[in-house]
Design a protein around this ligand. Structure first.
Ligand SMILES: [Zn+2]
Length: 341
C-alpha cells in the first residue's frame, strides 16, 4: 500500500481517492487468495493469524465491564434456578415425611372399632326415640285457654292509645309513660303567660291546672284525673325544663274542626299553609319490607296561600302534579303492586 501523502481539494478528489483505496484492497485480497490456493504453508499461517485476531477481539469484548454477555447470563440464571429447584425438592421431601409421621401418630392412637360401636349405639338410641314419637303421634293439642288469654292481653295492651298530655304523642305501651298527679310541680313549665293570646279554649277541666293557665292535651288525662307523660317529657320536666316538644312551647294546634277530621293526606296537602319541596327516594327494592326512605338534596318549606280555597269547592286535580310527583328510575316499569307499596 502506498503511504505517500495525497492532497485532496474537492469532493471529486475524495471520491477518486476512495475508489483508488478500494481497488488497492481488492488487488491485495486477490493476491493473497491466489497465494493461499497455491501455497499450503502460507494458507495455514493466514488462517492461524485470523484465528488469533478473532480470539483477541472476543477477549476484549468479554473483558469490557459494560458488555452484557447474554449467553453467560442465561447460563448463570439456569444454574440459579436449578439450585433453587433442588433445594425446594429437598424441603418438600422433608415436609412430606414429617406429615406422614404426624398422620401416623394421630390416628394410631384411635381405636376405630370402639369409635364405630359407640356411634352405632348412639344412632340406635336416636332411632328408638323416633319410633316412640311415631307411636305417640298425633300428640295432644296444647291447652288453648292460656294461649287465648295471652293473645287477649297483648291485644288489649296494644289496642289502647295513650297520649302524652305534654307533647300529644301517641303510644300503646303503658311502660313508656309516667303517670303523675295533677299537683305535679314541674307542670308549671307548661303555663301560658297572660300576654300570649291563644285563640281557643284550652281548659282541661282540672281546676288546679286551668287556674294556672297550664296547657295540656285533654286526651292525656286519666279517668281519675291524673296526667300521662311520655318518658322524654317526664325527664325534661323532672329537670325543671320545658320540653321542646311541649304543646305549651308554641306547638298548640287546637281542636280540629269536624269538617277536617277525616281528610286524606292528599286533601291535607291541598289546604296546608306550608308546602314542602323535597325529594324522598326509596332505597332498595320496593318488595323488600326492610327497605327505607331517604331525603335527597335540600328540603324547602314554601308558604302556601290557601285563602282562595274559600271561594272554591274543590281545587282542580291538575294542580296535584304541581305538589306531588312520583319518579321511578330503573330498567323496568313498575307494576301495580309496586306502585301501592
Ligand atoms: Zn311527651
Amino acid at each position: 500500500m502506498s503511504t505517500s501523502v495525497r492532497i485532496i481539494h474537492t469532493q471529486a478528489d475524495a471520491q477518486a481517492e476512495l475508489e483508488r483505496q478500494r481497488a488497492v484492497k481488492r488487488a491485495s485480497y486477490a493476491r493473497r487468495k491466489e497465494r493461499m490456493m497455491n501455497d499450503a504453508e502460507y494458507r495455514e499461517q493466514e488462517l492461524q493469524r485470523w484465528k488469533i485476531q478473532r480470539d483477541q477481539k472476543r477477549k476484549t469484548i468479554e473483558d469490557d465491564p459494560l458488555h452484557i454477555n447474554a449467553r453467560n447470563d442465561a447460563d448463570r440464571m439456569t444454574k440459579v434456578r436449578r439450585m433453587a429447584r433442588e433445594t425446594q425438592n429437598t424441603l418438600d421431601a422433608q415436609e412430606r415425611e414429617n406429615m406422614i409421621e404426624k398422620v401416623h401418630q394421630r390416628y394410631s392412637s384411635y381405636n376405630f372399632s370402639d369409635l364405630m360401636s359407640f356411634r352405632i349405639s348412639e344412632l340406635d338410641a336416636q332411632f328408638a326415640d323416633l319410633q316412640v314419637k311415631e307411636q305417640q303421634w298425633p300428640l295432644p293439642a296444647p291447652d288453648i285457654t292460656p294461649m287465648y288469654k295471652k293473645y287477649l292481653t297483648h291485644t288489649y295492651k296494644l289496642g289502647q292509645n295513650i297520649i302524652c298530655a305534654c307533647c300529644g304523642c301517641i303510644s300503646h305501651d303503658i311502660m313508656e309513660f309516667e303517670v303523675v298527679p295533677q299537683s305535679y310541680g314541674p307542670l308549671r313549665h307548661l303555663r301560658i303567660p297572660e300576654d300570649i293570646n291563644i285563640p281557643f279554649d284550652f281548659s282541661c277541666g282540672i281546676d288546679l291546672l286551668d287556674q294556672n293557665h297550664i296547657l295540656i292535651d285533654k286526651l292525656g288525662i286519666t279517668q281519675d284525673k291524673c296526667i300521662y307523660l311520655c318518658r322524654v317529657c317526664h325527664n325534661q320536666l323532672s329537670k325543671d325544663h320545658q320540653p321542646s316538644e311541649a304543646l305549651a312551647n308554641f306547638h298548640w294546634v287546637g281542636p280540629i274542626p269536624e269538617e277536617l277530621r277525616d281528610l286524606t293526606w292528599i286533601e291535607e296537602l291541598l289546604i296546608a299553609q306550608v308546602h314542602v319541596c323535597g325529594s324522598i327516594v326509596r332505597l332498595g327494592q320496593c318488595n323488600n319490607a326492610s327497605s327505607f326512605f331517604g331525603i335527597k338534596g335540600h328540603v324547602i318549606f314554601l308558604p302556601q296561600d290557601s285563602t282562595h280555597l274559600i271561594d272554591l269547592l274543590l281545587m282542580s286535580l291538575a294542580c296535584l302534579s304541581d305538589m306531588v310527583k312520583v319518579v321511578w328510575t330503573g330498567k323496568s316499569k313498575p307494576n301495580r303492586s309496586r306502585l301501592r307499596s
